[in-house]
Design a protein around this ligand. Structure first.
Ligand code: DGY
Length: 316
């Protein structure tokens, strides 16, 4: 009998080394420069049954691979994968939840304190020699003391952030698509209502059409002049031009951003905005957690091709 050909898995663009190693061992690894249907060869068309990817996968990319069965997306957010089209085509989509929850919550808290206490600017003061030349760094205008914290997106990561905020002794409220059962925090049915009730807003909402530019001028104005905005979710959730104006004009006091609408490009207006701490999307980016995400990503492929039952399919 003919030897069974190994399953071909396509990996577009840059990818986690540990995941690459495991895919190369368990499957036939096929690499492509980016997730662009124009780069798909006849051989890929004939053989590729799975994709493992950081990158977004469009409907056109799905359609370019007629034998495709599964897209194993690396990361908990899968807004850049056209999951509706995948479902229509009968293609399974998986993500990597849970294993990054605590890491991202840690980063959110780090970014919050960094932003409120201007630690990023204080460090620059030291490194620039200003401590020696000019004396002590100025006192931070803002403090965490007395703040009330609103969380936009009360999923696993939102709850992990809330647990940390509880330890700080600060009151917590939240907005979510729907109220979470059994959760004692104050629920607001609208994002604007939440922004009116708090002075510190942490966004951990998923990206995609339903949250596009939800953080707009109106929400920022509701947060108020003592307002601090932290985004650890997706840049698409923010009207970035409105945020830059709000920071420049003092409509809010400060912002800490780990995510941007057009990564890795950061709008000049945000680079120039006062009282703003910026990070290059490092929420889950420790070696420890990225290895766990890589394992889950590949375990999904292994489980699918062994018994057609992935570990973490994305919600319907
Ligand atoms: C995620 O898991 O969604 C992070 O943003 C990393 O992509």
């Amino acid at each position: 009998a003919e030897a069974k050909l190994p399953v071909a898995i396509l990996v577009p663009g840059d990818f986690n080394d540990h995941a690459i190693g495991r895919i190369d061992k368990a499957f036939k690894l096929v690499r492509i420069e980016r997730a662009d249907p124009g780069l798909v060869t006849d051989e890929m068309r004939a053989t590729v049954r799975g994709i493992a990817s950081y990158a977004g996968i469009s409907a056109a990319m799905i359609d370019a691979l007629p034998k495709l069965e599964i897209i194993a997306s690396f990361g908990v957010g899968y807004d850049s994968v056209d999951a509706n089209h995948a479902a229509k085509r009968g293609v399974m989509v998986t993500n990597t939840p849970d294993v990054l929850t605590e890491e991202v919550a840690d980063t959110a808290i780090g970014l919050l304190i960094n932003t409120v206490r201007e630690l990023y600017a204080a460090e620059k003061w030291l490194r620039d020699g200003d401590w020696v030349e000019k004396g002590n760094y100025r006192l931070s205008r803002l403090t965490l003391r007395g703040r009330s914290v609103g969380i936009f997106g009360m999923g696993r990561i939102g709850r992990a952030i809330a647990r940390r905020i509880e330890a700080f002794g600060l009151p917590i409220a939240y907005h979510n698509r729907r109220q979470v059962e059994g959760l004692a925090y104050e629920y607001h049915a609208t994002l604007k209502g939440l922004a009116e009730a708090v002075d510190t807003l942490i966004c951990v909402a998923p990206g995609g059409a339903s949250t596009e530019k939800a953080i707009n001028a109106e929400v920022l104005a509701a947060l108020g002049s003592n307002g601090v905005f932290v985004n650890i979710g997706r840049g698409s959730t923010v009207d970035e031009a409105a945020l830059a104006v709000a920071l420049e004009s003092g409509t809010i006091a400060a912002a800490g951003l780990d995510v941007f609408a057009d990564e890795p490009n950061v709008p000049q207006a945000l680079l120039d905005a006062p009282s703003t701490s910026l990070l290059p999307h490092v929420g889950s980016a420790s070696e420890h957690t990225r290895r766990a995400m890589a394992d889950l990503c590949v375990d999904n492929l292994v489980a699918w091709f062994a018994e057609r039952r992935p570990l973490t399919p994305v919600p319907e």
